[in-house]
Design a protein around this ligand. Structure first.
Ligand code: AMP
Ligand code: MN
Ligand code: MN
Ligand code: MN
Length: 283
């Protein structure tokens, strides 16, 4: 089966590799089709595309939009988007801009427990406009507050912990409308991470489908292998296509390497089933 990885991050958001280094890494890992899906950003696409040409990789332009749905944060991938579409760019700019105030609030909370200058610290781990919890996590680890990513999130950065602040992201409807305006396919990222019960996941999938949603990430670097079958079945039930993505952020961050990510279960209809540039490669 052709090696397709439709979820990855570069230094444009919270990955550790520049877009070109990421593409070259993907090639070395045997990936043939790669989507760059930085959080709320598309500014790495040009560089990634140029590198893809050199490494014989088919690059899919993408993004991962932060969404608030029923008081929870969800991530919606926009795959095969036009990265220059003004509606999408305007939406992403709004979401990115809102990250600055949130980062200040996170720093204020960390101040209260005696961790000072975390905003400056986090900024040193962030390259461009995007600042998020991962950059705070890297600062906290570098300063000896936790030993690794898993521990630092659990101790400081998730709901109920001292450095967590609630935030209002885009609505599900907005995220889908931006992706669809830009000609892309909306895909729910790592559904297994949201801890939604049966009722809520069903409500999410029907709402998503109704708004024009197209796919569900079935195989994800942050899914347990038991979950592949479960989400493959839900995709089938809701008439959604299946996606596959490592969610690679760089060495030391990710749960799974691009190389070790399993193929989609055979009963799945892949989201790329009718993408010409992928079919041309598979032929
Ligand atoms: P943000 O969008 O700023 O809330 O940051 C979300 C990012 O934090 C995710 O995309 C992951 O890269 C990272 N993240 C969240 N939870 C964890 C975790 N438990 N371990 C490692 N990274 C995490
Ligand atoms: Mn991330
Ligand atoms: Mn995500
Ligand atoms: Mn991601």
């Amino acid at each position: 089966m052709i090696k397709v990885d439709l979820h990855s991050h570069s230094t444009i958001s919270d990955g550790l590799m520049t877009p070109s280094a990421l593409v070259s890494h993907a090639a070395a890992q045997g990936v043939q089709v790669l989507a760059l899906t930085d959080h709320d950003a598309v500014s790495g696409i040009d560089e990634a595309r140029a590198a893809a040409l050199e490494h014989n990789i088919t690059l899919i332009a993408g993004t991962e939009i932060s969404v608030t749905w029923r008081n929870r944060t969800l991530h919606i991938l926009g795959l095969r988007i036009d990265p220059e579409h003004p509606v999408l760019l305007q939406g992403l700019t709004r979401v990115r801009d809102s990250r600055a105030g949130r980062a200040q609030s996170i720093a204020n909370e960390l101040d209260k427990i005696g961790i000072q200058n975390s905003l400056e610290g986090a900024r040193q781990h962030a390259s461009e406009g995007i600042i998020g919890r991962t950059h705070f996590a890297r600062f906290l680890i570098a300063n000896g507050h936790a030993k690794d990513m898993k521990t630092v999130f659990k101790r400081y950065l998730v709901k109920g912990k001292p450095g967590y602040v609630p935030h209002l992201w885009a609505s599900l409807e907005e995220a889908l409308s931006w992706i669809l305006a830009a000609g892309g396919s909306p895909v729910i990222a790592h559904p297994g991470r949201y801890d939604l019960g049966r009722t809520l996941i069903n409500e999410l999938l029907s709402e998503f489908k109704q708004l024009g949603g197209v796919g569900l990430e079935v195989v994800s670097g942050s899914h347990h292998p038991d979950q592949y079958g479960q989400y493959a079945e839900l995709a089938r039930q809701y008439g959604l296509l299946a996606s596959r993505g490592s969610d690679y952020h760089g060495p030391g961050h990710s749960y799974m390497s691009m190389k070790s990510l399993p193929d989609l279960p055979s009963q799945c209809q892949p989201v790329w089933h009718d993408w010409e540039e992928v079919l041309a490669r598979a032929a």
